[in-house]
Design a protein around this ligand. Sequence first.
Ligand SMILES: [Fe+2]
Length: 450
Amino acid sequence: MDATEASCVKAVATALAYMPGFGNDFETEALPGALPRGQNSPQKCNYGLYAEQLSGSPFTAPRGTNERSWLYRIRPSVRHTRRFSNASYPFWKSAPCLEDHSLPLGQLRWDPIPSPATGTDFLSGIRTMTTAGDVLSQAGMAAHAYAINDDMVDDYFFNADGELLIVPQLGAICVFTEMGVIEVEPAEICLIPRGMMMRVSRIGDEPEARGYICENYGAKFTMPERGPIGANCLANARDFKTPVAAFEDKETTCRVHVKWCGRFYTTEIGHSPLDVVAWHGNYTPFKYDLRTFSPVGAILFDHPDPSIFTVLTAPSGEDGTANVDFVIFPPRWLVAEHTFRPPWYHRNIMSEFMGLIHGQYDAKEKGFVPGGMSLHNMMLPHGPDASGFLKASNMELAPVKLDHTMAFMFETRFPQQLTKYAAELETLQDDYISCWDGLERRFDGTPGIK
Ligand SMILES: [Fe+2]
C-alpha cells in the first residue's frame, strides 16, 4: 500500500473533523442516533452497539482530574483480544533500563537516526534513546525517535504503560484511534492516551516519516498554570483539537499488539478493533499546532526561564516539579536591552532531552540539525556554544525576529538513562563537548567590559 492509499480518511465513515478545547466533555457520533441520550448504559443501544467505559483516572479521582469516556462500539473490547503470545520490539525500551554500554557520562548530541529497513512500520520503527523513572510505578518517561517507511494496515496497538506524545519532524502521519482520526504534520503534535487502540500510517509525499515520542508513564499531560500571565497566551485551550467519532467496519484478520509493563504481547482477531461508532467523555486523544502557541517573554531585559514556553506539563505530585514538561522554542521577537539573549549557561536538577523539528536553535550555531537530538542530563552544565556566545555577546541589540525555527524539550525530574542503542548509535557526535572549547578565559583581574 502506498502512502496515498493509506490515508485513514478514505477508510472511515465520516469526514475528518475536530472539536476544539482542552479537557472538554465532548460528544460525537459517526452515525445518527448512535449516542444514547440522557444516560450512559441503556438496556439496549441503538444499532446493536455495545456500551463500554474507558477510564483514564481512578473512578474516585477529584472532579478536576477525573477522566473517562463512554464508547459505543460494534463489539466490546473484550472481543478485541484473544489469548496473547509474547512479542518482541527490541529497540523499544522501558524504565528502569540500565543497559550495559561503555559510554561515559557526558553532554551528548546525535544527528538523525539512520533510515530504517524496508517495511518498517510505527511499532517496529521506534528507537528508545533514554528512559527515566520506573514504568512499574507509573513515574518517569521514555524519549523515543521514530523513522518509518510502512503503514499499519491490519496491525493495531495500545500502550498500557503511558500516553504517547508524538512530535512529527518529517512527513505527516495519520493516527486512527478508537475515538477518531488525527492527521498530524511537522510543527504539530498529537497525544494518544494510555490504553487507547490505534494504528499509524503515512500520508503525503514523504516515503519516510520521522519524529520523536515522549512516552509518559506518569500523570497525564495537562496545560500549565499561567500564574500572573493570566487567562491567555502560551497554549490556548481552543487550539487543542479532538477528533470526531470514526470507525472501521472491517471483518478481516487483524493483529492487536500491546505494551504492558515494559513487555510486548500480540493477539489475533477477525476484525478491526477501531469500531467505536459514537462516544462521549473527556478521556480523548488530541492534536495541537505548535504554531498557535503564543509565546510570552522579555520586553525590557533578561529573559524568563525556558519554562515560560511550556506547552504541556505532566505533574509528579510534588508542586512545581514535573514528571515531564513538554517545552518548545518557537519563532519569537528578541527585544531585550543590554541582555545576553540566548539561553544562558546553566545546570539543572531536571534532565533535558531536546529535538529540533526545523530551522536552527538559537543557542547552537552549528551541529544541532533537524531530526537530531541532544541530552543534557541532571546537573551537567550546558549552554550556548562558543560561536553562539561570541555572536550574542557582540551583536547590536536591535529587535530581531527569531524565525523559521521550532525546537522542543522533554524535561523530566528523573535522570535519563541512555539505552545501548543510543550509546552506540552511529550518529552520536564524538565532538559535541568541543563546541564549548572556544569559551576561553576572559578574566584578567582588571575591571571593565571584556
Ligand atoms: Fe537547559
